[in-house]
Design a binder for this molecule. Structure first.
Ligand SMILES: Cc1cc2nc3c(=O)[nH]c(=O)nc-3n(C[C@H](O)[C@H](O)[C@H](O)COP(=O)(O)OP(=O)(O)OC[C@H]3O[C@@H](n4cnc5c(N)ncnc54)[C@H](O)[C@@H]3O)c2cc1C
Length: 392
């Protein structure tokens, strides 16, 4: 049976994270206005705080499912503000891809690096089979020669290396796409610009250019063996990581939406607007009724996200559920933050408060890691047993 009851230790971990998240919130406006400033050292207070995070004991049968706990932790941290991302140690999406598609030797060699993940190109976003960055093996030097351009790479500047998707043979479609690890500083690997964004400005997002960039043959994830396999080192490994990272993307957005709800609830209380949960919607003021509806959307979205995580923790397939929670959260966080602005009026868009920023920050929930439309395609294929060719 699904059970989201938290143990005392898990609750203590979340309470600790909430306090740390508030420290990051203090810097939220600064990093919103100074996009790409890469100075996590200005958050020493938060760094020191998180270094002392209590560690939960290894999960036993009675403990909270680790993926559920991870989602709750992510939600709590982003409730503080997206600025929490500045204090991130560890890696990005590229690390998840290395764990899924790399050989044990590759994982041991690069697992300690911060790895970005570069799939998107100017001509390829939702449909990654259109990747045109090329990888050609130079048999004489035993090196791959990479040429192409990547855009919107999260952690693109801070990363020590990138996991990139490149094609060995464009005519082979998905089967020709493999992933490679390219270290920063490799000649021919440039970071020509940083992307300027509507929101999540505390995240560094960059473009990459590869011009005759030579990397060792051994940098093909999965090793030479993956060349003969149809999907290994390419789609299958990375798609598997999305089943866990999509719920985390949902959790990030939901953390911001929860912050918006909490702020609005406080403002309603200050204005003496009572919310009576026992009275039924028709007996509420218009503002309270609207607020309760937003809370209901939040709860539904949170539960679908935890369900996808719980399935992962049980070792059960969660491909469809991870798309359901991502698609739902993408719309939910938009509706919630916009709804909060509608309830609060001018206060909602004032830069004296963070609500307008959270509204901009959470817009990305429905874009990266597959847009809402793409998630709905995956859900429809799963529900009706359609193939990719039937429904595209
Ligand atoms: C801040 C940020 C960070 C990012 N980080 C990364 C990263 O780290 N690594 C990385 O590789 N990429 C990253 N991306 C890229 C992101 O994954 C893509 O933007 C996303 O996949 C959508 O691709 P696109 O922008 O090319 O839009 P397009 O694919 O051009 O789509 C445009 C519109 O058409 C819709 N659409 C497309 N195909 C269909 C279809 N078949 N049916 C119905 N509707 C469809 C889409 O939903 C969208 O609304 C990031 C993007 C942003 C904004």
């Amino acid at each position: 049976m699904i059970d989201f009851t938290l143990t005392e230790t898990d609750q203590a971990v979340l309470d600790h994270a909430r306090a740390g998240a508030l420290l990051c919130r203090k810097h939220a406006r600064y990093y919103d206005e100074n996009e790409h400033e890469m100075a996590p050292e200005v958050l020493p207070e938060a760094e020191a705080f998180f270094a002392n995070t209590p560690r939960p004991p290894a999960a036993g049968p009675e403990d909270t499912s680790p993926p559920v706990m991870m989602a709750l932790h992510t939600m709590v941290q982003h409730w503080g503000d997206y600025t929490i991302r500045l204090k991130r140690s560890g890696g990005g999406l590229g690390n998840a891809a290395l764990a899924a598609a790399g050989t044990p030797e590759q994982q041991a060699k690069w697992g300690g690096l911060v790895l970005s993940m570069a799939i998107t190109e100017p001509g390829c976003g939702s449909d990654p089979s259109r990747v045109s960055t090329s990888a050609v093996l130079d048999e004489e030097t035993d090196e791959w020669v990479i040429n192409g351009e990547k855009i919107f790479v999260t952690t693109g500047i801070r990363a020590d290396a990138a996991v990139i998707w490149a094609t060995l043979d464009k005519s082979a479609g998905r089967a020709g796409i493999k992933s490679f690890l390219v270290e920063k500083g490799t000649p021919g690997f440039d970071v020509p610009h940083k992307e300027k964004k509507l929101g999540i400005r505390a995240d560094d997002t960059a473009a990459y250019v590869f011009s005759d960039c030579r990397i060792p043959r051994a940098n093909l994830l999965g090793g030479d063996e993956s060349i003969s396999k149809k999907t290994s080192g390419g789609f299958r490994g990375v798609m598997k990581t999305f089943n866990m990272t999509r719920p985390m993307t949902a959790a990030m957005g939901l953390g911001l939406a929860e912050a918006a709800l909490d702020f609005t609830r406080e403002q309603l209380a200050e204005a003496d607007v009572e919310i009576d949960y026992m009275a039924g919607l028709s007996s509420q003021t218009a503002a309270a009724e609207k607020f309760i509806r937003l809370e209901a959307i939040f709860d539904a979205s949170k539960l679908t996200t935890l369900q996808a995580c719980w399935l992962a923790g049980e070792g059960k397939p969660n491909n469809m559920e991870s798309s359901v929670c991502k698609a739902h959260a993408g719309g939910a966080v938009r509706a919630i933050t916009q709804g909060c602005i509608e309830i609060l009026g001018s206060m909602g868009i004032s830069r004296d408060h963070l609500l307008e920023k959270w509204t901009r920050d959470c817009r990305i929930t429905d874009i990266y890691e597959g847009t809402g439309e793409i998630q709905r395609l995956i859900i429809a294929r799963g529900l009706f047993d359609y193939t990719r060719a039937d429904l595209k």
